[in-house]
Ligand binder design. Sequence first.
Ligand SMILES: Cc1ncc(COP(=O)(O)O)c(C=O)c1O
Length: 471
Amino acid sequence: MSEPAGPLRLDAPREEVLEHAAKLVAEAWQSFDRFRPEEPPLDERVRQLLRTELPEGPTAAHEALDDAARILDESIAQPRPRYFVGVGSSGLEIGTIADLLAHTYDVNLAVDARAATQIEKQAIRWAAELIGYAPDAAGAFTSGGTVSNATALAAAREHALPGSRHDGIGGRRVAVYCSQEVHYSITRAVETLGVGSRNLRAIPLGPERGLIPEALAETIDRDLADGVTPIAVVATAGTTLTGAIDPLEEIADICEERGIWFHVDGAYGLPAVLARAESFRGFERAASVAVDAHKWLYLPKACGILLVRRQEDLVRSFAHEQGYLPHQQHDLHAMETTFEYSRPFRALKFWLAMRVHGADAFREAIERNLGEARLLYDTVSVREDFDVLGPPKLSIVAFRHRPAGVTDLDDHNRRLADAIQADGRVWMSSALIDEQVWLRPCFVNFRTTEEDVLDVVDIAAEIGERLAAEA
Ligand SMILES: Cc1ncc(COP(=O)(O)O)c(C=O)c1O
């Protein structure tokens, strides 16, 4: 490969730099294959780098890349098989390679980019087909559930109050409905869209931790009688806290009877429809659906997917006529249906992942994660020294250590979660569920093994006993 001269050129042949980067990536992948016994602290080199001022001159690319790899190695990486905090991700290898390719061409998916635009449309259709949503669904790849949810609710607002994108909500009284355990991104969306979080009606939970449909219907009907305009009902298909799924069929009925927008936030849980279709029945009736491929479809961030039944709903909320946009002479551009303008080619990693692995491999990996949650549940539920919160709804298990002699279990488990993080053999955090502190691992990584799951229990017991003895 010949090397051109001029500014901003690498100091070594590009192919060599790329080969060096490829070696670093391969080393990282190898280190993700198995858990590592401990997390390294920040070493002296990294501390020294953190003290450096803005470089005025160049550093050799090889050296700078080695430093970058060192920094990453000393960071918390979600692809490691024992990362169970929040809803993690896996950094699926083909997705990493897809990102490198996509960023190399730096295509902008705001306006028509020819083949890439067509591939994004195809990937949207594939995503709909994968999960069993409307076969002619439209939508877009987004930076994640937060943006997908906000985009869907913007469309819902315009649907409920035509013209509100221009006029604002004014003095009109509006409401959005959801479960008490909805993800915070919905609260943010209603705040940003001028609905206001005071008008987010958090419907109480039933025994399965999904919202109570009768309470939803009553709240909506009371609002309607009172002159409030419902904007949308948000059902969560897999809550972040426990993996609970709202009663989707009943919610769809309530929305249909009253002509209200039905949005499903399946950012975390919806991929499990591949393995547990019956748990998600009714989701396919939603006007809009959010699902994150960077969570339980294993791809690297960012890869959110927003699907809508009717593309016009997005157009009504987002289309703009601007003289500097060369879009009049084309079909619809993504910038007329999405919130972002500059958009990377996120669809490529989903498209390549489906081609390289096929949908069945994803079904199998999800099934395995569901089995891991079940294994953890079965293991702790027969032990005297642990409590566990019901069989897992999806791939989250809430359990807590209950050693003999400890009375304040909340304090004990809070300290246990901190100590587990300091220990670093597994990454797991605590969660407050019904005002009680629980450990809450979530299994969404294709690299996790049964050994990893069983070690979660052994490590929690070992550290928990030590804490109990010290107390
Ligand atoms: C149910 C749910 N919705 C939305 C989000 C937000 O997704 P993102 O972090 O991709 O914006 C999350 C994140 O965990 C989630 O679990």
